[in-house]
Design a protein around this ligand. Structure first.
Ligand code: ACM
Length: 689
């Protein structure tokens, strides 16, 4: 039992000594593991750890508890020794997951084993293995050999080149082809190894969407019957169910996990509307629409899994058209799917994109390798609270845990997997394990910095943490000031700043407390080490401007917005950051035409407004921005039109500030952003002086 529990390699690595497992307990220099089932009844993952001058004792009711006690012990060891502690500990959630997409890019078994080690060190207990998707089928099956023979390799190693190109596969064995799959023996090895680390492995077999690769091998399973034409299974075709059940039968033989993930996300459903078989199925089953047709499939698959003693998990789209009776829902499009599922008595795993998608950028995109978008620095991950307040006490019990997801479109190799996962996994781990009350960013930051060094020593290509400064504003409309707080994920951090837009030097003001801005400041801040400025300084414009709190009117005919920060967010002084998901950016699907009422005719000397561009998710600059003013709200005078300088071809994140200077008498200040190319426009603040 002990041999199984003790992670000898990792322990001796960290302690730097040979570890021996003995049965007779020596008087000194020993770590005692004691099983005490009655003390820990009903708490299989709980443990107690005591370190004092008598030595080290780990006590738990199960091997798993002992294992977690050991992980804590390993994390406590420093070159100076082990601090005396007395810890009683158990996890907040019993589902603590990490997901890895191996379809878009393929990662060898050896890496998966390394990841299992790292997950267990941080007490994660569920590995969600996304084994199939449109970019490649990655699990060998006996009944359907063509899946791995014809749909697991491509000519282009780079996913984006392949995706922007013909998206074709080449047969296994093609010279120079990129790809791969796990053999059944590989899978058995991973599953067995994970079990020794108290980790369950949940396989995901995608359906009905994200399945282009299946139809390369078995085109008869999609509505057109032809390869490279569809991403969705034909739900009208009985052969689809024969295939799915045969696949799941082999999958269940390999994976003892009670949960089997069957995807369910982002099905196109279009072909179903005209496919004779799908239409017949809908008619026969009394299904009103294609959402119900997907639900029909999920219910049938759930029935099959249940008959085999398993449980179905799906992404939150499985709510559409009706949930299967016992399904567990993974809430990824925010939390609303999770909330809805919990309210209807279903278990939920929270994995919202804006917090737990680790394929998002973790620092200023300009400084990072290409990623899918977003901006989720570790502080944001750490701030996540998985149990929504809107749920009742009973509904809250259905939030069984959390998971971070790593989609790998932009992650070509294992080094980059490590870079995107670590150290954000540490924040995931702490949210999953520790009670919310005990979470403390400043304390976490201190431990985080120590662990980055530890991860590097363990040969993990961790993101080293950034030198960026986080600026947070607090607007006080009574005192008419803005307090600006500076923070960094590096610890300790000597932060120096200026308020006039100049680059700080080692003699600039040392940041010790929030900076109070009464009018306008251009704060530039950076971390200094040994007198040297580290990284790129962070700049933030802060204006307690004259538009704050004033009334805004959207000319309704033109308004169609994503009002993330509420109707007044363009006049609250809060600027947005690197992602339009941060609640500060307001999105509009058409032109923006907004009128600010200053309350009385007044002198206006400067108006500025900034727009974001990020073409991947469809966010563009307007073609131009016009300022108009009026004294009576009816007769507007055009003051200036500023054209857009950023080309719609620019795919990297880009911002343009449209700045109008003049000397006008006006009560109404009107901004018109027009000639929108396509997609959304996003702006964060109309600044009026
Ligand atoms: C997902 O990110 N499509 C689940």
């Amino acid at each position: 039992m002990l041999g199984e529990v003790l992670n000898v390699n990792l322990a001796s690595y960290i302690i730097g000594k040979e570890l021996k497992i003995v049965s007779d307990i020596p008087a000194q220099n020993a770590i005692r593991f004691e099983l005490n089932e009655s003390r820990f009844t009903g708490k299989p993952e709980a443990y107690e750890l005591r370190v004092d001058n008598n030595g080290v004792v780990v006590e738990a009711g199960t091997d798993t508890g002992l294992f977690y006690g050991l992980q804590t012990l390993l994390q406590l060891i420093t070159p100076q020794g082990i601090p005396y502690v007395s810890i009683q500990d158990e996890p907040r959630f019993n589902y603590r997951g990490l997901h890895l997409d191996v379809s878009r890019n393929f990662f060898p078994k050896e890496f998966v084993l390394k990841l299992i080690d790292l997950m267990s060190f941080y007490k994660l207990n569920t590995f969600h293995w996304h084994l199939t998707d449109g970019a490649g089928w990655r699990i060998q099956l006996d009944k359907y050999p063509k899946l791995t023979r014809d749909a697991a390799f491509r000519a282009e190693a780079d996913w984006k080149t392949w995706w922007d190109g013909d998206r074709k596969f080449v047969p296994e064995g093609t010279e120079g082809a990129y790809g791969g799959y796990y053999t059944k023996d590989d899978i058995r090895e991973v599953v067995a190894y994970a079990a020794t680390k108290h980790i369950r492995v949940i396989p995901e077999i995608e359906m009905p969407g994200h399945s282009e690769e299946v139809f390369v091998a078995y085109p008869e399973l999609c509505c057109t019957g032809k390869p490279y034409t569809s991403s969705d299974f034909c739900v009208g075709n009985e052969e689809t169910f024969t295939f799915v059940e045969n696949v799941l039968t082999e999958v269940m033989e390999l994976f003892p996990s009670e949960y089997i993930h069957v995807g369910g996300d982002e099905a196109g459903k279009q072909a179903w509307k005209t496919c004779p078989k799908c239409k017949k199925r809908m008619q026969e089953e009394g299904l009103k629409n294609v959402d119900e047709l997907q639900s029909y499939m999920m219910r049938r698959v759930e029935k099959f899994l249940t008959e085999n003693g398993r449980k179905l998990i799906g992404w939150d789209e499985i709510l559409e058209g009706g949930l299967p009776a016992e399904a567990t829902v993974m809430s990824w499009r925010g939390e609303s799917g999770g909330i809805q599922a919990a309210q209807s008595g279903h278990d939920v795993i929270m994995t919202p994109g804006g917090y737990l998608y680790f394929d998002f950028y973790q620092a200023d995109p300009k400084t990072q390798p290409a990623a899918i978008g977003g901006y989720t620095p570790i502080k944001r991950v750490y701030s996540y609270e998985p149990v929504p307040d809107t749920l009742t006490a009973d509904e809250k019990k259905h939030i069984i845990g959390i998971q971070a997801n790593l989609w790998t479109e932009y992650i070509p190799n294992v080094k980059q997997v490590e870079y995107m996962l670590f150290p954000r996994v540490l924040a995931l781990s702490e949210i999953a394990w520790s009670p919310q009350e005990s979470r403390n960013w400043n304390d976490f930051k201190r431990r985080l910095n120590r662990h980055v060094a530890l991860l590097q020593a363990m040969d993990v290509n961790t993101f080293p943490l950034s030198y960026e400064i986080e600026t947070t504003m607090q607007v006080d409309t009574v005192r008419k000031v803005i307090e600006v707080t500076l923070d960094a994920e590096r610890y300790p951090a000597e932060i120096r700043y200026t308020v006039d837009g100049t680059v700080p030097s080692s003699g600039s003001s040392l940041y010790e407390r929030p900076i109070v801005v009464t009018d306008s400041a251009r704060i530039v801040a950076a971390i200094f080490q040994d007198g040297q400025l580290m990284g790129t300084p962070t700049e933030k414009k802060v204006d307690y401007h004259r538009g704050i709190g004033k009334k805004i009117h959207y000319n309704s005919k033109l308004y169609s917005g994503y009002m993330a920060g509420g109707m007044n967010a363009l006049l609250d002084s809060y600027r947005g950051g690197f992602t339009y998901l941060d609640g500060r950016w307001q999105g509009y699907l058409n032109d923006l035409d907004a009128v600010v009422d200053m309350g009385e005719v007044t002198d206006v000397r400067q108006v500025s407004v900034r727009f974001m561009q990020l073409t991947g998710p469809g966010v563009y600059q307007p073609g131009q921005v016009e300022l108009l003013t009026s004294e009576n709200g009816t007769d507007f005078v055009s003051r200036q039109v500023i054209p857009t300088e950023i080309s719609p071809e620019t795919s990297e994140l880009a911002f343009q500030e449209y700045m109008f200077n003049g000397d006008w008498k006006a009560r109404y200040v009107r901004i018109k952003a027009t000639e929108v190319n396509k997609g959304f426009i996003f702006t964060d603040e109309i600044v009026i002086w």
